[in-house]
Design a protein around this ligand. Structure first.
Ligand code: HEM
Length: 564
C-alpha cells in the first residue's frame, strides 16, 4: 500500500471509530437497550468488525483488535460522561455528587459495600435540599408532595423493582405495569379483608402463645435470649402459618432449623446492589453460583407451596386466596406463580415485622420511661389475668401502643430505601411540588430521609418520642420542656413506612396487628434486662440497608414481670 493510501486508511479509522461510537452512544441514550443480544452487538460485534475492516491502519490484526475496541469503548464512556455532566442533560439543574451524576454504579457501591444508602441519601438532602440527583437519571425527593408520586394518579414503579422477576412470573411487589398490578392485587385484597383478618387473628394468638411459652422456658433455665433473633422466629413462624399453613417451628425449636432466614438474608445480601443496576441482571444470571441463594429460596418456596396445595382447600390462609380456591377469578394462577407470591409474603412480611419489633424493643430498653408508660396502658386495657392477645381490636385503639409503633416505623422504616417510581417516556414529565421531573427519570422516595426531616416531624426529628403521635394540648419533651401543640409537627401525609397508594403494603393491617399483640403480651408477662449496655449503644451502628434491614443482636435476661 502506498504512503498516501496508508494515511487515508489511518485517517478513515480516526473518523470511523468515533463516528460508530457516537452512533452507539446515541442508541444507548435514546432507547436504553438492555437485552443481551443488542448490547453484545453494540459493544462486541461492532468494534470487532471495525477492527477487522480497519486492520490495514495498524501494524497487525492483533493490534487492531486491541486498539479499535478500546478506542470505541473509551469514546462511548467519554460521550456518556460528558453528556451526563453537561448543562444539556435534563437533570442538570439538580444538585448531587459528581459520582452519582456520572453513574448509578456509585449508589450500587454504597448499597452493596457500605450498606448505608439511607443515611448517605439523608445527608445528601441536608447538603443539597429537597431534590438530589442520586443517579444520572434519578432523583431523590424529600418534599410534602409525596402523594403525587405514590397515589393512583402518581407514577408507576421504576426499574429498581426488576429483581422481582422470576421464571414463573413477576411477584406482586415487582409489578411495574399498573393495570396488571390491579388484577394481581385482587386476590391479595380478598386475603386481607375483614373475614380473612379474623382467621389470622387466631394464628396471631397461637403464635404469640408459642413465643411466650418459649420465653417462660428460657426464663426458668436462666438462658440469655437474643430478642432480635426471637422476633425473627416469631415473624417467620407467623408468616408460615398465615401464608401456607406451614409450621417452620422456629419458636418451638428455638432455632431456624430449615435455615430459611439465613437463606433469605443471603439472597438479599447478594442482590442488594443489583437493584441499582437492573440492566446487569441477565448477565449476572449467567455467572455460575451467582444466584445460588435465590435458586435455593425458589426451591424451598415451591416445595412449601406444593405441600400446601396437597392439603386441599379447607384452610383459609393466604394461599387459599392467592391460588383462588374459591373460584373468584376467570383464570386461576399457576402454582409456580403462587409460590413466588407466597415467597414474597414470607420475605416481605416476616422480616419487616421482626425488624420493627426489634427496633421497638431497642427503643423501649433505651427509654425506660416510655416502657413504663406503655406498660401502664397495657395494664389498663388488660388487667392482670386477662390475656392481652385475646382482643386485637382493643389493641388497635391503644394510643400509646400505636404511638410507639409509629415512632419506631418513623425512625427505622424496615424498607429503608427504594420506593422508586419512574416518569415514563411520552408523559411530558411531572411536577412534584414546585419541581419539574422530565420524562425517563426515576424518582426515589427514601422513607428514612423523609421521616427525619424537621419540616414534617418536629421537634427532635431524630429522637424516639412517641408522644408526637398523640393528640393533646401540651407536650412534655424528653428534655422536660413543655411545649404547646402548635409547636409539634407530625405530618402523617408523608409517613410512608408501608408506602401509600395502589401499591401500599398489602400486609399493613396484619403486620400492625401482630406487632401490637407481641408487644402487649411481652410487656404483660416479662421483664427484660440487656446483658450489656454496649449492645444498646451500638445497635444503631449495626443497621444496614439491604432492601430491608440487617440488624444486630439484643441479648437479654428474662425475668417474670414485677407486680404492677
Ligand atoms: C412492619 C411490617 C411491614 C412493612 C414496614 C412493610 C412495608 C412495605 C413496603 C414499603 C412495601 C413497598 C410498596 C411499594 O412498592 O410502594 C411493601 C409491599 C408489600 N408488602 Fe409489606 N410491609 C410489612 C409487612 C408485610 C406483611 C406482614 C405482608 C404479608 C402478609 C406484606 C406484604 C407485602 C406485599 C404483598 C407487598 C407488595 C404490594 C404491592 O405491590 O401491591 N408486608 N411492604
Amino acid at each position: 500500500m502506498s504512503v498516501s493510501n496508508s494515511l487515508m486508511v489511518v485517517s478513515d479509522a480516526r473518523v470511523i471509530v468515533p463516528f460508530a461510537s457516537a452512533i452507539a452512544y446515541f442508541i444507548f441514550k435514546t432507547y436504553e437497550p438492555s437485552s443481551p443480544p443488542v448490547v453484545s452487538l453494540l459493544l462486541g460485534v461492532v468494534p470487532t468488525a471495525l477492527a477487522v475492516i480497519l486492520r490495514r491502519a495498524f501494524s497487525s490484526l492483533t493490534i487492531a483488535l486491541l486498539t479499535v475496541p478500546l478506542a470505541y469503548w473509551s469514546l462511548l464512556v467519554a460521550f456518556t460522561v460528558a453528556y451526563r455532566l453537561s448543562p444539556l442533560h435534563p437533570l442538570a439543574r439538580y444538585p448531587g455528587p459528581l459520582l452519582c451524576k456520572v453513574s448509578k454504579g456509585w449508589l450500587a457501591y454504597v448499597a452493596g459495600v457500605r450498606g448505608d444508602t439511607h443515611t448517605y441519601v439523608k445527608n445528601l438532602h441536608k447538603l443539597h435540599g429537597d431534590v438530589v440527583r442520586i443517579g444520572p437519571n434519578e432523583l431523590s425527593i424529600v418534599h410534602k408532595d409525596v402523594p403525587s408520586v405514590l397515589s393512583a394518579k402518581g407514577l408507576p414503579r421504576g426499574p429498581y423493582y426488576e429483581t422481582r422477576i422470576h421464571e414463573a412470573g413477576v411477584s406482586l411487589d415487582g409489578l411495574r405495569d399498573s393495570a396488571l398490578h390491579v388484577v394481581r392485587r385482587r386476590p391479595w385484597a380478598r386475603g386481607m379483608n375483614t373475614a380473612s383478618m379474623k382467621y389470622y387473628e387466631q394464628l396471631i394468638f397461637n403464635t404469640v402463645g408459642d413465643l411466650t411459652s418459649a420465653f417462660k422456658q428460657r426464663m426458668d433455665t436462666g438462658e440469655v435470649v437474643d430478642l432480635s433473633g426471637w422476633m425473627t422466629f416469631f415473624g417467620f413462624d407467623f408468616m408460615g402459618h398465615m401464608a401456607f399453613t406451614h409450621d417452620y417451628g422456629m419458636l418451638k425449636n428455638g432455632r431456624d432449623a430449615e435455615g430459611l432466614y439465613g437463606l433469605i438474608e443471603g439472597a438479599l445480601d447478594d442482590a442488594k446492589w443489583i437493584s441499582h443496576l437492573p440492566w446487569a441482571i441477565p448477565y449476572l444470571q449467567q455467572v455460575p453460583g451467582a444466584s445460588k441463594n435465590w435458586d435455593e429460596m425458589k426451591r424451598v418456596g415451591e416445595a412449601t407451596a406444593q405441600r400446601r396445595f396437597e392439603l386441599g382447600s379447607q384452610q383459609q390462609d393466604l394461599f387459599h386466596h392467592l391460588i383462588d380456591e374459591d373460584g373468584n377469578e376467570e383464570t386461576k394462577p399457576t402454582l409456580d406463580l403462587v409460590a413466588v407470591d407466597g415467597q414474597l409474603a414470607i420475605i416481605a412480611g416476616a422480616d419487616t415485622a421482626a425488624t420493627t419489633l426489634s427496633h421497638l424493643w431497642y427503643f423501649l430498653l433505651r427509654n425506660p420511661s416510655c416502657l413504663e408508660h406503655l406498660r401502664k396502658e397495657v395494664d389498663g386495657a388488660f388487667p392482670p389475668g386477662e390475656d392481652s392477645s385475646s382482643d386485637l381490636t382493643k389493641q388497635g385503639l391503644m394510643p400509646y401502643l400505636n404511638a410507639c409503633i409509629n415512632e419506631t416505623l418513623r425512625l427505622y422504616p424496615p424498607v429503608l430505601a427504594g420506593l422508586q417510581r419512574r416518569v415514563n417516556a411520552g408523559t411530558g414529565g411531572k411536577m412534584i411540588g414546585p419541581y419539574f421531573v422530565p420524562e425517563q427519570t426515576q424518582v426515589s422516595l427514601f422513607a428514612y430521609a423523609i421521616h427525619r426531616d424537621e419540616r414534617f416531624f418536629s421537634p427532635l426529628p431524630d429522637t424516639f418520642w412517641p408522644d408526637r403521635w398523640l393528640s393533646q394540648k401540651k407536650f412534655v419533651l424528653p428534655t422536660g420542656d413543655v411545649v404547646p401543640s402548635e409547636q409539634v409537627v407530625t405530618d402523617r401525609d408523608v409517613f410512608i413506612p408501608f408506602s401509600q397508594g395502589p401499591m401500599v403494603c398489602a400486609g399493613k393491617n396484619v403486620a400492625l396487628a401482630e406487632m401490637r399483640a407481641v408487644t402487649c403480651a411481652l410487656l404483660q408477662q416479662f421483664d427484660f434486662t440487656i446483658i450489656d449496655s454496649a449492645y444498646l449503644d451500638t445497635w444503631e451502628d449495626k443497621i444496614f440497608e439491604m432492601f430491608t434491614t440487617k440488624r444486630g443482636t439484643l441479648p437479654v435476661h428474662i425475668s417474670p414481670r414485677a407486680s404492677p
